[in-house]
Design a protein. Structure first.
Ligand code: PXG
Length: 462
């Protein structure tokens, strides 16, 4: 049959979008009135919209397109696998070759305690698996009352019932009666907001001590696990003090509490290491991953299961009544294999560690002098710029001024995708970005900060 592509104007696409498509984390009515930006194609670190505008994607899609757009090796892997075996499940004593090979390769690139993996379709599902698995672990060990999972305010662990419950986003908890029982939140290690007046290192120890205080209050015999992102991503690229994670590790060891690293954003090179836990020097029992495992070309997530847990579940566990239709999806696994091999072949992790990460840190340090900037932070290829009303006193803008959104608007209009989390502007560009492209991105960031400052001055806010 002769198929003609539908040719529509941007307005027609927007009308069809508004008529039928409910977007994630979106005020449906306001978007329908405004109209979506229709993204049409992408290459390397750039996107093009339906009006032909070229945009530098400093967010790697949604923290995931680590190898950049248009990588033929990933496209070929998907095509070949779709032709050979587009789907088969791993439930009833069957397996497929790409899933087995990927499990092997993940064990190779992960810290040594990880030899097994449980696959899911996304990061949220991965964290649902974490909740099921840590409770199952303690149950098998004869401690079924050990169910509480401690997480942090302003964490993001996904949008399913368990993912949103583990997360510490108040707006999400307010919708749907969350968190589910047995999830407790402590305060985050956010020095700029909570630690001013103490050194970063002292604050790191203090922030970790909130975990210990909660374990003691709840009773160690009831606490199953602690979960955290090495660097909080969606919360605003909050890089913890260097003292924080080693102290968290000490506390988990002392009380026998399982340690879970949510590596959905930090995994696969983002921090200049394969996994964020390696950057911060801790040794988790479980690692959730998604996003960068396929560079977002196809959905895939999962949980790396450390030997402490794997040995109990394998040797004593019996059946684990949990799994997803798409656990070990052959096409997703084939794309992940091609993606990880590309990261290895191109030495992208080392490139972030040795060259691009330090270069980005230097460029961001130069932003610190800007009148609107209260703090800059980077970790590998993640960066944050905290906008403030008054630089000397680090006074924040009133939230209802939405200065971050104003800045994001300038970025959008000037061909740069940069996210705003409140008044914290964040980036996480693809790991294939070059120094020249970092310069191009920084020039756009300077322009957008200047435009935001001019707006703030015009409104009399500064
Ligand atoms: N854990 C972490 C640390 C994440 O960042 C998830 C779990 C959930 O993954 P899935 O694949 O189920 O979305 C994430 C997702 C943002 C933003 O605004 C961040 C995410 C998702 C959507 C928006 O920065 N991260």
């Amino acid at each position: 049959m002769n198929q003609h592509p539908i040719v529509r104007t941007t307005q027609q696409w927007q009308a069809a979008d508004a008529a039928h498509y409910l977007h994630p984390f979106t005020d449906f009515k306001s978007l329908a009135n405004k109209g979506s930006r229709i993204i049409e194609r992408a290459d390397n670190i750039y996107l093009w919209d339906s009006e032909g505008h070229k945009i530098l994607d400093a967010m790697s899609g949604l923290w995931c397109v680590n190898v950049g757009y248009g990588q033929q090796a990933l496209i070929d892997a998907a095509t070949k696998q779709m032709t050979e075996l587009p789907f088969y499940n791993s439930f009833f004593q069957t397996a497929n070759k790409p899933a087995i090979e990927l499990a092997e390769l993940l064990a190779e690139v992960s810290p040594t305690q990880f030899k097994h993996v449980f696959f899911s379709g996304s990061g949220s599902e991965g964290n649902d698996t974490v909740v099921r698995m840590v409770r199952r672990y303690w149950d098998v060990l004869g401690q079924p009352e050990r169910t509480v999972i401690i997480s942090r305010n302003n964490a993001y662990h996904g949008s399913t019932m368990a993912g949103a419950s583990l997360g510490g986003m108040r707006g999400m908890h307010a919708q749907g009666g969350l968190p589910i029982p047995g999830i407790v939140h402590i305060e985050q290690p956010f020095w700029f907001e909570l630690g001013q007046g103490t050194s970063r290192d002292d604050f790191g120890i203090k922030a970790a001590s909130w975990l210990e205080a909660n374990i003691i209050e709840i009773g160690a015999d009831k606490v199953a696990a602690f979960i955290g992102e090495p660097v909080q991503g969606a919360g605003g690229v909050i890089v913890p003090p260097e003292t924080y994670w080693p102290e968290i590790q000490r506390i988990c060891d002392q009380y026998g509490v399982l340690l879970v690293s949510d590596e959905v954003i930090c995994g696969f090179g983002r921090t200049g290491h394969w996994f964020g836990c390696e950057r911060f020097g801790f040794r988790p029992d479980l690692m959730t991953f998604a996003k960068g495992v396929t560079s977002g070309y196809i959905p895939l997530g999962g949980v790396m299961v450390g030997e402490r847990i794997a040995r109990v579940l394998i040797d004593q566990g019996g059946e684990f009544n949990h799994g997803y239709t798409y656990s070990g999806h052959p096409v997703a696994c084939a794309v992940a294999l091609a993606n990880i091999r590309l990261i290895q072949r191109e030495g992208l992790v080392e490139r972030v560690h040795d060259d691009l990460g330090p270069y980005l840190a230097e460029q961001f340090a130069a932003l610190a002098g800007h009148a609107l900037v209260g703090e800059v932070q980077t970790c590998g290829l993640m960066g944050a710029v905290q906008l403030v009303q008054d630089k000397p006193s680090a006074k924040a803008f009133a939230a209802d001024l939405e200065v971050g959104m104003l800045c994001r608007g300038h970025c959008f209009a000037n061909g740069l995708i940069m996210r705003a989390v409140g008044d914290r502007m964040i980036i996480a560009p693809p790991l294939v970005i070059t120094r020249a492209q970092i310069d191009e991105m920084m020039a756009l960031i300077h322009t957008c900060l200047d435009l935001t400052l001019a707006d703030a001055a015009r409104h009399g806010w500064v």
